[in-house]
Design a protein around this ligand. Sequence first.
Ligand code: DAH
Length: 385
Amino acid sequence: MSDVRSLLAARLDPAWGRAEPSGLLADWPERLAALSAASAEVASITADYVSAIAAAGDAAALQSVRNAALSRESGAFTEALALVPSLSVDEKRVWGKALNLGRKAVEDADKARRAQLEAAREADHALDVTLPGREPWTGRPHVLAQVRDDLLDLFHGLGFSVYTSPEVELDEYNFGKLNFAADHPARDAHDTYFVEGASDVVLRTHTSPGWVRAMEERKPPLRLVFPGRVYRAEAVDASHMDQFHQIDGLFVDRDVSMADLKATLNTFARAIYRADLPTRIIPIYFPFVEPGVQMDVQCVRCDGRGHVPGEEGARRCPVCKGTQWVEVLGAGMVHPNVFRAVGIDPEEYTGFAFGMGLERIAMGRYGIPEIRLFLENDLRFLGQF
Ligand code: DAH
């Protein structure tokens, strides 16, 4: 009998893990009670095997516990049961019953654990071939980046290259060297953000300071464009934001004339709007150009009529406010004072410059009613361009 017990225990491995068998066999308490009633020793050794089965982390670990208990040649239960025929009649009854209950418990636990491991593996590799495929997410440039790139392409074709200048700028470059008088109201009109702690450092209010930097750094002839973000302390509404984008252009050489400026601006308007869209140039004051002009294009919303059809007859066009024209940019011939400020002789060189707002161009081109949409990053908006 002690042979039976030692055969049964011989194959237990102290390295096996242990886990509560009830998670595996719902009726484990009843089985254990029946086993204990038959033989306390067989019950305790059986519980060791079953706990190891419950703890087996994968199929290989499970197989080695199962082999130790049940393999046909050397399984602990196989060998112990083989001894039973040689026992006395009373012993046969006791050990035979206990060992058969134990073997059944181990077999059932093994099956249950195998099913658990298989279910976990399937959950890991779940593949539903009837599901539609996942569409890869494709990004695209922001609508303002598209408009900027279109403009840069156009100006590149006209011989302009890009010059990058800082967003945090000296007052001297944003205003002073651009011929803004120290007390000129135009300075206030720009609603400047000053950088904290420095009265002479600002967030640039326009991209025109780029010309000053380029002209100080390089010798004419110059044909440059200056794209970038600008800042103004504006109250935010449908058409104003405190940050937006501009592109300035600068052309400096001997004998550059107003005719060159007009030709360049008309080329721009035809490319960006449409070939036969009427444009006009009217005088306007900017400190850094003389003469200064503004270019308008005929309103595309009302086709230059100034009014649009409404429910109760014609109403005033909401885009041009009845004026028939929409302003698209400022421009002019570089002021001699600006040339002097950067050490270029205004008797030797002349030049033109222009500056335009990207948001305004994008809004006109696509009929976008609201400037705030550009910064909200709502994909339902951005996905339309
Ligand atoms: N910098 C001006 C602004 O932000 C726009 C401008 C006007 C730019 C005339 C120019 C120019 O280059 O020649 O309002």
